[in-house]
Design a protein around this ligand. Sequence first.
Ligand SMILES: Nc1ncnc2c1ncn2[C@@H]1O[C@H](COP(=O)(O)OP(=O)(O)OP(=O)(O)O)[C@@H](O)[C@H]1O
Length: 256
Amino acid sequence: MADIPLGRPSLIVDDVHVDYRTYGGRRLGPRQSRLLRHVGTVDVVQAVRGVSFVARHGESIGVVGHNGSGKSTLMRAIAGSQPLKSGAIWTDGSAALLGVNAALMRDLSGEQNIRLGGLALGQTRGQVAASYDEVADFAGIGEFLHLPMRTYSAGMGARLRFAISSAARPDILLIDEALATGDAEFRRRSERRIEEIRAQAGTVLLVSHQLSHIREMCDRVLWIHRGELLADGPTAEVLERYAEVTSLPAKRRAGA
Ligand SMILES: Nc1ncnc2c1ncn2[C@@H]1O[C@H](COP(=O)(O)OP(=O)(O)OP(=O)(O)O)[C@@H](O)[C@H]1O
């Protein structure tokens, strides 16, 4: 990991709360169901609860936490695709979210998705055309580029998504587990691309359950637990505490 001097703040997350509302789906007792059968119920999931932190240009930050702790929700909120219940997020420049479910069109070819994806990330037609060959090369999926994305393996889809999102050279690149499906060679190239973005004073946030990726690529780690920011500090320090807790049996872990 290159030693890149940190610049001014690129991202400020201030006391952010995100709720989801889900409707219906609860099994009711016989008396209730007679009354409420067609009414349904509302459940509120408090996915992110009062998270605050500041990221700087040139910083690479890992985000860890158990399944369902709120990491992806926080990334979507930073990318602007998830409404906040309260709090505020400020970004200096553009933020692009590269997730396993990034919004590419399954029925369109990889080639068409490169063009659409670039436009969706705010590039002009000229910029999309200029970076087309670079994206195609980086994805490295050969002839498959001309076939619909639904014919791709998970790894091929991940390669194309990474190539599209990182070619747009966003100021803030949010990566949600997208590297997990690539092979070792692709991961090395992705790591180099991430370093390039940081070197151009971009900020990278990397959500991963693969602590080795975080250790290799990040100098700071946020630990999200049940929607709250439990720790924010140097990678080695936070991962040591996180590893201690994750190696405990689930019962003792409950209060972490
Ligand atoms: N669209 C949704 N509607 C309702 N609840 C949701 C929705 N998306 C996520 N949740 C809930 O919000 C909480 C946080 O989910 P989120 O996907 O952000 O966690 P995560 O830390 O990214 O999990 P994982 O590591 O498993 O990917 C969970 O309780 C999840 O069930």
